[in-house]
Ligand binder design. Structure first.
Ligand code: ADP
Ligand code: ADP
Length: 230
């Protein structure tokens, strides 16, 4: 069973008189309780694919089903509700608010959700119990990313979208972040999607979608995850 399925998705951008085909008839699936890695070099269409999954944008053509909703037909208001209710986002540069504490940053992620974890519970689940009152400037890069992950998962999203989540971290710290994302996929129903250009991160996933120049190069499902760095 899949949480999200994309079928023949095309996304074109107009840049002046030029047309850029960012995604060219792409089809793949995202499964719950799995970590799917979207792999490809810069410009291959990864961010565009993430934007489609997360309801930031809709395709030029093709269909995207998320559970029982055809999100490719959604208007802006419907997309806003879809993102709010079902999607958590993790970014390369954490995107924490500097003058808010860790707990306050986490609270922002779930302010509209009724069944959310408390900030303390979410922070504990990423190994940051007791750091509720720390400000981002008092935390290491890896800790800041864990606060960002706590913010994203506090509302118990169906989908957790991570855009180059280790891109600003050294390799050892990046490995612990990937292990944390793996454990979320292993212990919850959340579908974890990690966008990266790093093939060793791809090997840590349950499935890999490889993009090149907007085309689907391969879609490997049911691979055996290999811990990062091995
Ligand atoms: P990646 O995330 O793999 O680097 P992107 O999805 O950002 O790839 O980009 C894929 C292609 O689409 C690139 O050629 C990029 O320049 C183009 N592109 C992406 N977003 C836009 C946009 N908003 N307007 C115009 N072109 C875009
Ligand atoms: P990433 O580092 O994740 O690959 P990019 O630098 O490719 O990110 O893109 C960052 C954002 O800018 C994305 O939302 C993408 O859609 C947009 N973007 C990428 N290329 C272009 C472009 N040529 N024109 C306008 N927006 C773009």
């Amino acid at each position: 069973m899949s949480l999200i399925s994309l079928t023949n998705v095309v996304k074109k951008y107009s840049v002046g008189k030029q047309e850029v085909i960012a995604l060219d008839h792409i089809s793949f699936e995202i499964k719950p309780a799995k970590m799917t890695v979207v792999l490809g070099p810069s410009g291959s269409g990864k961010s565009t694919a993430l934007n489609m999954l997360g309801g930031m944008d809709t395709p030029t053509s093709g269909t995207i089903w998320a559970d029982d909703q055809e999100i490719s037909t959604f208007n802006d208001g419907q997309l806003t509700l879809y993102r709010r209710d079902h999607v958590g986002f993790v970014f390369q540069h954490y995107n924490l608010i500097p003058n808010l504490t860790a707990a306050e940053n986490v609270g922002i992620g779930s302010q509209y959700s009724r069944d959310a974890m408390s900030p303390a519970e979410a922070l504990a689940s990423v190994g940051l119990a007791g750091r509720e009152r720390s400000f981002p400037s008092e935390l290491s890069g890896g800790q800041m990313q864990r606060v960002a992950i706590a913010r994203a998962i506090a509302k118990r999203p169906r989908l957790l979208l991570c855009d180059e989540p280790t891109g600003a971290l050294d390799s050892g710290t990046g490995r612990t972040v990937i292990e944390l994302l793996r454990s979320i996929a292993d212990t919850t129903d959340t579908a974890v999607v990690v966008v990266t250009h790093n093939a060793s991160i791809a090997a840590a996933g349950d499935a890999t979608v490889t993009l090149h120049d907007g085309q689907l190069q391969s879609h490997v499902q049911y691979q055996v995850p290999v811990p990062v760095g091995e």
